[in-house]
Design a protein around this ligand. Structure first.
Ligand SMILES: [Zn+2]
Length: 405
């Protein structure tokens, strides 16, 4: 094939495969392929067969990550995502990226090059931990630690992953065999759909900061305690919540999200002035500096609120993860392709959800491309994307590939 030309993919063939995969583990309109379940193994065996039929070598690593490797030497581009699902998920989450990778790798073989590999990482959806397949593969998690993870029934990953050998020949696949990683995925949010856009070029996977604040006052009789003598913890909570939005307004962008998701009040009774009130604060943003600034601001607002109402304040830190920037050269190649194929109907954005790309970016230049989710619905049997948008995503990838590192 002539260098620089897009790989001549067959979008109808990819859509037909997505339709067929949808039947493996089908539950109504949705799909249930929990990692290492019968349906997950069946889907991976099916994928391994399609890889071989495309002239790729199907190799599964001991963690259940399934690779389709092209013949020949030297690092090549790796495209994919995951084929496991939530206990009851939709038909596109993860598998869209794998189907794109399979079609592109196959079409590249038919066209005589370039060499492209495909992957379906295991346990992205977290039967055991979430992103465990890519975490171990990319060195973000120690194998011993992963093996100790267990599912809701107490089955360990060490036990479950024995089934990997049913999928294909077990082998070790090293990140050094690849030049870069490209993960196409459905957006799983409403941004593209609401804007009537077709493609999202991901610039970063958002980071997370979280903490729990507890305001403590004095529980007392709700009828006999005059307002000016109360130390009402819930008052601290709602004053904090209102002041937080005001304080954040000048600091956030349209990519920032924050959530007061869990509230607990004690004694939590209609006739008692609340003695303690705690609230979780979770902030997500693609930039570390802004995350830290917002956390400091939240702390300042909480301290100010507590002081004004004569409440005590205690703070416990929660889950934290830094933002993961995508590779700028790959992002530019995707942006160029998106602008060419969907002019005026694409955007640069960040991913609010974690993906396998989070871990793979530690070891390979990595980028992600989003297609819309109708109504922003995902992790739900109603999850869907227009077939035309699924095709445009595939075509945009092929336009970008000649310009990737
Ligand atoms: Zn996914």
């Amino acid at each position: 094939m002539q260098a620089g030309r897009p790989i001549p993919v067959n979008p109808a063939r990819m859509l037909a495969e997505l339709d067929e995969l949808r039947t493996i583990g089908a539950v109504g309109k949705g799909v249930s392929r929990l990692a290492f379940s019968g349906a997950d193994i069946a889907a991976r065996i099916w994928l391994a067969g399609r890889m071989r039929a495309a002239g790729l070598e199907a190799v599964v690593d001991p963690w259940g990550n399934l690779f389709g490797l092209p013949p020949g030497e030297g690092p090549c581009l790796l495209i994919g995502s995951h084929s496991d699902t939530q206990p009851l998920g939709g038909w596109l989450d993860g598998i869209y990226g794998v189907a794109c990778g399979l079609e592109i790798a196959r079409a590249a073989r038919e066209a005589g090059g370039p060499r492209i590999a495909v992957v379906s990482f295991q346990d992205e959806e977290g039967r055991f931990g979430g992103l465990t397949g890519s975490a171990v593969w990319a060195g973000a998690m120690e194998p011993e630690e992963a093996d100790r993870l267990s599912d809701a029934e107490g089955i360990t990953l060490a036990e479950a992953r024995q089934r990997a050998q049913e999928i294909a020949d077990i082998g070790e696949v090293s990140p050094a065999q690849f030049a870069a990683y490209l993960e196409p995925h459905i957006e799983q949010g409403p941004v593209l759909d609401r804007a009537g856009e077709t493609l999202g070029v991901v610039e970063a996977i958002a980071g997370v900061r979280s903490l729990t604040l507890t305001f403590s006052g004095e529980a007392n009789h709700a009828g006999t305690t005059p307002m000016h003598l109360r130390r009402d913890a819930v008052r601290g909570l709602y004053n904090f919540a209102a002041a937080l939005d005001t304080a954040f307004a000048p600091l956030v962008t349209d990519r920032t999200v924050w959530t007061l998701g869990r509230i607990a009040v004690d004694p939590n009774a209609p006739s008692i002035v609340p003695g303690t009130a705690s609230v979780s604060v979770q902030i997500r943003d693609p930039e570390t500096a802004r995350l830290d600034r917002l956390m400091a601001e939240a702390m300042g607002v909480a301290e100010h609120t507590a002081l004004a109402l004569e409440l005590d304040l205690s703070v416990s830190q929660g889950f934290s993860a830094d933002p993961v920037p995508m590779d700028p050269r790959m992002t530019e190649a995707l942006a160029e392709a998106a602008g060419g194929i969907a002019p005026g109907r694409w955007r640069r954005m960040s991913s609010g959800a974690l993906h396998d790309a989070t871990h793979v970016s530690r070891v390979l230049p990595t980028a992600m491309l989003f297609v819309p989710s109708i109504g922003g619905i995902s992790h739900n049997p109603d999850e869907d994307t227009k077939r035309a948008d699924l095709e445009i995503g595939l075509l945009a990838l092929t336009e970008a590939i000649p310009h990737l590192p």
